[in-house]
Design a protein around this ligand. Sequence first.
Ligand SMILES: *[C@@H]1O[C@H](CO)[C@@H](O)[C@H](O)[C@H]1NC(C)=O
Ligand SMILES: *[C@@H]1O[C@H](CO)[C@@H](O)[C@H](O)[C@H]1NC(C)=O
Ligand SMILES: *[C@@H]1O[C@H](CO)[C@@H](O)[C@H](O)[C@H]1NC(C)=O
Length: 304
Amino acid sequence: MVRQSRTLFFALLSAVAAIIVPRQTNDGVHLAITPACGKLGGNFTNVNAGIVTSGIKTLVAFGGFVHLRRTQRWGSPTASRGRVTDGPVWAEDVASDLGATIKDYAVAGAVVNVTLWPSKAGQSDFLHQAALFLSQNNVLDPTTTLYAVFFGINDFSATATDGNHLPQAAADLLNQIQQLSAPPTNATNILVVDDYGFGTHAAIGDAWKQAVFAGLSTLRTQGLNVAFVDFAPLWDGVLGPTPGFAAFGYENPGNCIPNAQQTDLSGECATPLNSFYWLPSHPSKETHRIMADYVNLVLANCIA
Ligand SMILES: *[C@@H]1O[C@H](CO)[C@@H](O)[C@H](O)[C@H]1NC(C)=O
Ligand SMILES: *[C@@H]1O[C@H](CO)[C@@H](O)[C@H](O)[C@H]1NC(C)=O
Ligand SMILES: *[C@@H]1O[C@H](CO)[C@@H](O)[C@H](O)[C@H]1NC(C)=O
């Protein structure tokens, strides 16, 4: 009898574990820091001013770099269906956590306004992504739609060649959000995510982040619900000493696949499930999962 109930207990336990474990373990990678929260109106910080996630049915994602689909050349086992990572990206994870459908307009290499950056000629930008969205005549209920905006990484990298046009890029980004908030879209829930330096910090980058943040504070006074997520502490936590990559469950704070352009698995690292990046500078699916956890924590806890 004792044995039987013990068997039953373990059967139940493993049934429960089967439901919970895949999400919890994330191949041993977990968020080892808690995002700090603040308020709008001052220095940039994590904040959620007004976005109620419980009713969100659609996540519309604009951006470059991280939540993206590589359009061609990438049908290899390194990446399912043309991806630059080995699984879901953070915006897909967030959408799935919300029980929402994702409409993803993000494209690799995208900047805010490509005209500002001669070295990025031919790349996607927020203006084109928003124009594509508008051309589709999507009719999305503003109250159940969350618009995610994630630019800056490619803009920041372009400053090395093209000079510092980040102040203009910040203004153009805010202007584009303002346009989405007007008819016909009437966007009311805006999530802006930043990771401009990918672990590096620069005065011009912080000024960009501050300009975007200040603009969101203004949009809030105009009645929009806005959230800002700053990934810099996550990158600092993994790549710096406190708490360091091992605390997150990474074996390797670098990339697993040696070359961003290769289309096979040659040179794959020994710990593909525990690398911070999959391709050079492209987060692994485990990293995307903890990025999503970070976003979720900001949205849930940083209510201002
Ligand atoms: C913003 O940051 C600066 C420099 O770190 C600091 O001196 C200032 O007090 C901060 N302002 C607010 C409102 O937190
Ligand atoms: C994009 O940048 C160019 C060059 O500065 C500028 O003329 C144009 O107005 C910008 N477009 C938008 C929509 O912000
Ligand atoms: C946006 O607002 C305008 C009127 O201000 C309205 O005609 C339009 O249907 C609204 N669009 C959506 C998607 O709610």
